[in-house]
Design a protein around this ligand. Structure first.
Ligand SMILES: [Zn+2]
Length: 441
């Protein structure tokens, strides 16, 4: 695990690369991400064979661009892929044509609102070629000129140079607890040369992994799985090839756009009022934030994770909106270290509660003899907990999780958990895992 000076410095290392669904620079990005992940997390890059079925989709081919540019015939070069990968529409098929302006125009993209910036466009499945440029550059193109459009690209299906994504798992103190299941944290890695969407979410996720490795979750907690790969299709490929994993996933967080200066926003799970939603609400209650519905803009991989036939409750954390979105203005200038780490801290608090939570089920009959078992709480030491003892003890019927009990008695989760753990240590309650809501088909 490499040391780093700041999260922004990690982002700067992979920011300029030509990341897309599958590309050599996507491989490099996954390597860089792995170099900063904790050694104990068993970070693994997986390779999938292009064109293999993935539920109703197919594993994408690798996209290779040898050269791409647009020139005014007999004049200057208007845009060059070498200068910025955003200059071509992602997954443009090859082209080598001389065209009049009218023929070229349907293949040109610019952003009216940000005339100096180059927009990012992708046509992964339409396979139509195109160039992206600033509105200012577009306005200067001679309307009576001829243009030479060149894209030397290839769609590679070699199974050894396939479609890649990466996973890692951080176990709680004392090792894995398979019966507790896992939580999954995702960030996507497919946006070429853009910083906030999606590099920022990636480095906030790395920070979360490092915090959980340095200060592991209590024994018996869920494992936390980390996932990096291309948006939507990456999660579809992963889950369709690892269906046996789905029932063990108890909840998820998707993170992106965490580096710009804006308040935290969180999106509910599809379940809307799941335990995970209630925990997220609890965590952000003293932080300036915005709350949104499931799949509200900007929707991401939670649509797959929490979608049909999977249904793992998944929330999303971001700092949307920001004006530089999907343009060359989404660069390191708009990224702030404290925003990146504050977002990681919010996710960390959600993970720590959700993954360490369980449902206590009593083994005792009658009120427990507290002082005889070292369970008495002196009112002079903790008045609030002293007043709540009976209420807590009445809620060990296997219906309420520790978080819900804390919420119902109006006390801090960690205080109540520490107290319930004392009952557990005495064998007075057994911990039932948080149930899975995942669908098996
Ligand atoms: Zn995006």
């Amino acid at each position: 695990m490499k040391p780093y000076t700041s999260l922004k410095s990690i982002l700067a290392e992979f920011f300029p690369l030509h990341r897309t669904l599958a590309s050599d620079d996507q491989d490099k990005t996954l390597e860089i991400v792995g170099s900063y992940m904790p050694d104990t997390s068993n970070y693994t890059i997986e390779n999938y064979k292009p064109l293999d079925p993935a539920w109703t989709w197919k594993v994408p081919e690798r996209y290779v661009v040898h050269e791409a540019y647009l020139e005014i015939l007999g004049g200057e070069r208007v845009v060059d892929f070498k200068d910025n990968p955003l200059h071509i529409v992602s997954y443009s098929p090859p082209v080598d044509k001389v065209l009049a302006f009218e023929e070229l125009q349907p293949h040109l993209y610019f952003n009216e609102k940000r005339p100096h910036a180059v927009p990012w466009m992708f046509k992964y499945y339409d396979r139509d070629w195109g160039f992206c440029m600033s509105k200012n550059a577009f306005d200067k193109l001679p309307r009576d000129g001829k243009f030479h459009a060149v894209i030397k690209s290839e769609f590679v299906t070699d199974p050894m140079r396939g479609f890649k994504l990466a996973t890692a798992v951080i176990h709680p103190q004392g090792g894995p607890t398979p019966e507790a299941g896992e939580m999954i944290v995702q960030a996507h890695t497919c946006h070429p040369m853009q910083a906030n969407d999606d590099g920022a979410g990636v480095v906030s996720t790395i920070e979360l992994a490092r915090r959980l490795a340095e200060n592991p979750l209590p024994p018996g907690s869920m494992g936390v799985r980390f996932w990096f790969g291309p948006e939507t299709i990456g999660t579809i490929v992963y889950l369709s090839h690892n269906e046996n994993l789905i029932p063990s996933l108890r909840g998820g967080i998707f993170m992106e756009m965490t580096g710009n200066r804006n308040k935290i926003a969180w999106h509910h799970s599809r379940q809307r009022d799941h335990l995970l939603d209630r925990i997220a609400k609890y965590v952000v209650k003293n932080v300036q934030h915005e709350e949104r519905s499931f799949a509200d803009y900007p929707p991401n991989d939670e649509r797959v994770m929490n979608g049909p036939g999977v249904n793992v409750p998944t929330i999303s954390i971001n700092r949307w909106p920001y004006d530089e979105y999907h343009t060359t203005d989404d660069n390191l200038d708009i990224i702030h270290d404290e925003m990146l780490s504050d977002a990681a801290a919010v996710a960390e608090r959600v993970v720590r509660i959700f993954a360490s939570n369980y449902v206590p089920k009593r083994t005792f009959r009658g009120p427990v003899f507290l002082s005889g078992n070292g369970l008495w709480v002196d009112w002079q030491e903790n008045f609030a907990l002293n007043r709540a003892i009976e209420k807590i003890m009445m809620r060990f019927e296997g219906e309420h999780s520790v978080f819900d009990i804390a919420d119902q008695v109006g006390l801090d989760y960690w205080m109540v958990r520490e107290y319930v753990e004392k009952f557990r240590a005495k064998g007075f309650v057994i911990p039932l895992p948080i149930p899975s809501e995942a669908q098996a088909a």
